[in-house]
Design a binder for this molecule. Sequence first.
Ligand code: SAM
Length: 232
Amino acid sequence: MASIRLWVKVLAVALVSKSNQEFYDRISPIYDQCFVTHKVHASNITKILRESYKGREKDTLVLDLGCGTGLLSNILFRKGFEVLGTDISLESLRLLQQRESKINAIQADATQLPFADGSFHTVASLGAWRHFPDPQKVIAEVARILKDDGLLIVGYFPPAIGGVIHQGDSYWHQLLVRLYQFLIRKRGYVDHIDLSLEPMTVSWARDQFEQVSTVDSGEHWRLIIARGLRQA
Ligand SMILES: C[S@@+](CC[C@H](N)C(=O)[O-])C[C@H]1O[C@@H](n2cnc3c(N)ncnc32)[C@H](O)[C@@H]1O
């Protein structure tokens, strides 16, 4: 019952919000109760980072891109990584810092990151990729701010409609996707939920990185892992 009430609230907020920033600002107080399914992906991303930077955690600077209220940032921070969270929603960042003031957080749009070239060892982005208006531009920004041997992890794919309905490629699923896209475009809200986002992201990542792969994460999702910048 509690969860039905939560989802009714989320739907009501979605109906009155005119941008992703407004939506996430408004739902930030109940965000963690709603999106519990992200936990498994956060722990899978953490596992990959721990294997990649074993013994060097405290010297490894990770950008949590679209960090929200800080689920992944907190786990990585507790495992000893140096973490910076960035998000377009100021209210989400305020909650992140209320919970753990030692994690630095900066409000920024993923397509224009306020960081110098080659600043980070890793960029990890969980559940936010679907909301970036121009994900190809974000990959280019990520490549700019990563060190040459940098690592990008993007989770999770394929995104579900409203985070709940896992679509397939049947006629009815595609129709639902089109209807959802039509409704959100009218509201100025960005949510790329179509199945092409994953292969497109892999292909853009291949333009910038030497090695790109996908691994399963949880029941429905995958992570995209890209390592080592291509030299011009
Ligand atoms: C589904 S939430 C994921 C939050 C967090 N990573 C997690 O897994 O709990 C998506 C996040 O992306 C952020 N976001 C949406 N568009 C953005 C943009 N253009 N630049 C930066 N963050 C953005 C939202 O504010 C929101 O916090």
